[in-house]
Design a protein around this ligand. Structure first.
Ligand SMILES: *Cc1c(COP(=O)(O)O)cnc(C)c1O
Length: 426
């Protein structure tokens, strides 16, 4: 983006953003929760809508001057409902984490006797906001956690059902942050219904796949569905809650005034733009390509000696143990980063290593797919990853890989970057 005024007024921040533009342009972004928003999304997000306060909801605001903001939010809501086939959409959550807290507080009344929630545990791929101890979500409700099968590392629906019968939760949370397989929302709904719980789904990671028809939708099976808007959905940083009509009022009240003040209108506009993009045939093709690429990347990693959790992927992410190459996930992720392959270290199910130095690395294909990389490139990326981990103590090898990565990335400019493209940093 043109940063002329910023560079004039505040060259320190201008220079740092220029460095980050270059880093994002030349490195291979493999973090599965990241993506490249389009230039249109970035423009809406950087607009004067940031200047406006509009506590409340369209046509029911606590501030005047909503002639423009109301139709912006109404468009975002209408597009969200259409893209996901939902009765109701709240587009105001600041991000995925507050969306989850709002969803729980909406569906479990303050004076409810049963405040039990059953969610996926962090070590098995769940998110902090599914009631993990260090998350504030754990303060207000009584959480228990299900895991994955010790052998297959997949969700074991019979085991989850047994745990639900025992625990008798008011809510069951489906959804994950590090689970490489399709989630069977119909099965979750069956379990919830049997024990008299409501099913809620956190589709933060897979929202773009759901929008593009590349992952089954949780919407028909869930009382409410929370999501981020900046992961596979490729919108601005933000959150959203979709729900059945009967929960609409409770969800809206829980977001505002329950948890938040004024909505971030620039983000709402950018989300509307992203949802417009998500309704196109090009987006459907992108979503399918994300999954095809992920499958191919998992196969490439296995061919190069890495241990892929569950033996593959059928969404956008691959979780693998780096231990077969003699490195912990943290050491491997640092070597990969030095080689221009950006990822994050991650615990694997039943990880014998501690969370700060676990056995695995989590990668994904949304960002590379947004750049236009395809199946043949995934073989190459898998080879680079294995080389970087094996060559972690060889600076010349790391520099060679980095040069090769930069060269390929240069041929596939990401969305959101206009010419002139950023120069390579030394
Ligand atoms: C990313 C994520 C969140 C949190 O989103 P933030 O925008 O980082 O607050 C919540 N749930 C899941 C499953 C996620 O992957």
């Amino acid at each position: 983006m043109s940063l002329n005024e910023l560079n004039r007024q505040d060259p320190a921040i201008g220079a740092l953003i220029a460095l980050e533009e270059s880093r994002q342009f030349y490195t291979a972004k493999l973090i599965p929760s990241e993506n490249y928003a389009s230039l249109a999304v970035l423009e809406a997000s950087g607009s004067v809508l940031t200047n406006k306060y509009s506590e409340g909801y369209p046509r029911k605001r606590y501030y005047e001057g909503q002639q423009v903001i109301d139709p912006v939010e109404e468009l975002a809501i209408a597009r969200a409902k259409a893209v996901f086939g939902a009765d109701h959409a709240n587009v105001q959550p600041y991000s995925g984490s507050p969306a989850n807290l709002a969803m729980y507080t909406a569906l479990i009344p303050r004076d409810a006797e049963n405040k039990r929630i059953l969610g996926l545990g962090l070590p098995a791929g769940g998110h902090l906001t599914h009631g993990w101890k260090v998350s504030a979500t754990s303060r207000f409700f009584d959480f228990a956690h299900y895991g994955v099968d010790p052998v297959s590392h997949r969700l074991d629906y019979a085991a989850i059902a047994a745990q639900a019968r025992e625990f008798k939760p008011a809510l069951i949370v489906a959804g994950a942050t590090a689970y490489p397989r399709v989630i069977d929302f119909a099965k979750f709904a069956e379990i919830a219904s049997e024990v008299g719980a409501l099913l809620v789904t956190d589709m933060a990671h897979i929202a773009g796949l759901v929008a593009g028809g590349a992952h089954p939708s949780p919407i028909p099976h869930s009382a409410a569905v929370s999501t981020t808007t900046h992961k596979t959905l490729r919108g601005p940083r933000g959150g959203m809650i979709l729900c059945r009509a009967e929960h609409a009022q409770a969800i809206d009240k829980a977001v505002f005034p329950g948890l938040q003040g004024g909505p971030h209108n620039h983000t709402t506009a950018a989300l509307a733009v992203a949802l417009h993009e998500a309704a196109t045939p090009e987006f459907r093709a992108y979503a399918q390509a994300v999954v095809d690429n992920s499958r191919a990347l998992a196969e490439s990693l296995m061919r190069h000696g890495l241990q892929v959790i569950t033996g593959g992927s059928d969404n956008h992410l691959v979780l693998f143990s780096t231990m077969p190459l003699g490195a912990t996930g943290k050491i491997a992720a640092k070597a990969m980063d030095a080689a221009g392959l950006e990822a994050n270290f991650n615990s694997i199910p039943f990880d014998p290593q501690p969370p700060m130095n676990p056995s695995g690395v989590r990668i994904g294909t949304p960002a590379l797919t947004s750049r236009g990389l395809g199946l043949a490139h995934m073989e190459q990326v898998g080879a680079w990853i294995a080389r970087a981990i094996a060559g972690r103590d060889d600076p010349a090898e790391i520099a060679r890989i980095r040069g090769e990565v930069y060269e390929l990335m240069e041929q596939f400019p990401p969305p959101g970057f206009a010419k002139p493209y950023p120069p390579r940093q030394p």
